[in-house]
Structures are given as structure tokens and as C-alpha cells.
Design a protein around this ligand. Structure first.
Ligand code: GDP
Length: 190
């Protein structure tokens, strides 16, 4: 698949008619600072995602229309360890609303992890949560350029073991390694 157009549509934080229009939705989730904004920008070859540097500061889903055909849905990044309880609770509710109670029927999740750090507790919670809902999910092991070839292999094996059967794609937003794998995966899904 080639991405030929990408534009910001709107931010939502509750039900909205955009969720009912039947278009396929690709949701991007991940901890703050894993490179979620960089990944979206690298996929569309443009600076699109509005990234918030402060964990928990963004309470909205940012929605982008891709190729006039499907949506990218950018979840707020989250630093669970540093977030106060009520922010954590708000995030949990947003996830539950979007994944369990919204009208979106056709979707895939792109879950970004930091390949240097590996799966954190939060990442594992996310994997288990989405697997429990039988939501189609792919894991992007980002920042792979930071590792030696040997460590890349080790980390990818480790992350794959913890991925609950999801495909793991090594990625670098610096070199665009993995970009064609993601685009071909989207081609076959949407
Ligand atoms: P977000 O908070 O998840 O949206 O993360 P950002 O996209 O803002 O990236 C966080 C930091 O990681 C920035 O300093 C990026 O330059 C860096 N970064 C993102 N992707 C990569 C990557 O693939 N390789 C390396 N080396 N750094 C990356």
C-alpha cells in the first residue's frame, strides 16, 4: 500500500459520528516517548501527529483520514508509572469506551513498544487486555536502530514471547526499517 494522502480530521473524547461511518480504524497505542508520533509521521511521510510531550496531558483521540479510505486513531501516550490515579482511571475508561462500547467494528491496533526497554508492565497489560477482547493487534518494536544486530535478535525474540501471538515488527523511525512491512500488513487487512 502507498499512503497518498493523510489529513487531520478531529480530536474526540467521547462518542462522535465519525465512529459510526464504517471506515476501518487503525489505532496506535503505546507508552509516552516510545516514538508513536514519529512512527505515524514516518508512515505518512509527513509531520502529522500532534504529540504531547507531557504524559497524560492529552485526553483526546486524534483522528486522521488516510487515502480517503480509513482512519489512523492516535491514542494519548501514557506513562503509567508517573500518572496519578485519577488520570490512570480516565485513560482506562477511554480505552474501555473505544474498544468495548463504541460502534467501531472494523479495526486493528498498532501497539508500539521500545525495543531497547522491552515490554513493560503497562505493555503487558495492554497485550493482555486486547488479546482478551480478541482485537487484531500488531506490535511494533521501535527504536531498533539503537541496538546491535545481536541485541536486536535477542530483544525481538523476547518481545515475541510476550506478544500473545501478535506479529512483532522491528521498526526504526530514523531509517524507516519496517515501514514496508507495516504498509503491506495494512494492505492485507483493510
Ligand atoms: P511519543 O511520545 O511516543 O509520540 O514519542 P516521539 O515520537 O515524540 O519520540 C520520542 C523520542 O524518541 C524522540 O526523541 C524521538 O526522536 C525518539 N525516537 C522515536 N523513534 C525513534 C527510533 O526509531 N529510533 C531512535 N533512535 N529514536 C527514536
Amino acid at each position: 500500500m502507498m499512503i497518498t494522502s493523510a489529513s487531520f480530521v478531529k480530536s474526540i473524547n467521547g462518542t462522535d459520528k465519525i465512529l459510526y461511518d464504517g471506515k476501518f480504524q487503525v489505532a496506535f497505542v503505546g507508552r509516552s516517548n516510545v516514538g508513536k508520533s514519529s512512527l505515524i509521521n514516518s508512515l505518512v511521510h509527513e509531520k502529522l501527529a500532534r504529540s504531547s510531550k507531557a504524559p497524560g496531558k492529552t485526553k483526546h483521540l486524534d483522528i486522521f483520514l488516510i487515502n480517503n479510505k480509513f482512519y489512523f486513531v492516535d491514542f494519548p501516550g501514557y506513562g503509567f508509572a508517573h500518572a496519578p490515579g485519577d488520570e490512570r482511571e480516565r485513560y482506562r475508561k477511554m480505552m474501555m469506551w473505544y474498544f468495548e462500547y463504541s460502534e467501531v467494528k472494523r479495526r486493528k491496533v498498532i501497539h508500539i513498544v521500545d525495543s531497547v526497554v522491552g515490554m513493560t508492565d503497562f505493555d503487558m497489560q495492554m497485550v493482555e487486555y486486547l488479546a482478551g477482547l480478541h482485537i487484531d493487534c500488531v506490535i511494533i518494536a521501535n527504536k531498533i536502530d539503537k541496538l546491535s544486530k545481536l541485541d536486536q535478535k535477542k530483544q525481538i525474540e523476547e518481545i515475541t514471547k510476550q506478544a500473545s501471538g501478535a506479529t512483532v515488527i522491528p521498526y526504526s523511525t530514523k531509517t524507516n526499517e519496517g515501514r514496508s512491512s507495516i504498509l503491506s500488513m495494512l494492505e492485507h487487512t483493510i
